[in-house]
Design a binder for this molecule. Structure first.
Ligand code: CU
Length: 84
């Protein structure tokens, strides 16, 4: 799945992915000046460093089915990954 951080928000904000497959998370930061220097998905053990103007990746081998909230480090910018 691919996410963009642009205009202070993640797009898309809700992401649906298939259960039973590894999840590759790609996050591209379009904003030059942002507080979102990390992407956290606590349920899935993801703490990914983000790079303004760049793309970062994390791999989750076996994401559990259900809804998993992701946030910036300060928990202001949020979204949900739905594994189904
Ligand atoms: Cu933030």
């Amino acid at each position: 799945m691919a996410l963009e951080l642009a205009g202070g928000a993640y797009a898309p904000n809700v992401v649906r992915v298939r259960a039973g497959a590894p999840l590759r998370l790609r996050v591209t930061v379009r904003d030059a000046d942002t507080c979102a220097t990390r992407l956290l998905v606590p349920d899935l053990g993801v703490d990914l460093a983000l790079v303004p103007g760049g793309t970062s990746e994390a791999l989750v081998a076996a994401p559990a089915p259900g809804g998993h909230v992701f946030t910036c480090a300060a928990k202001m910018v949020k979204g949900t990954i739905v594994v189904e």
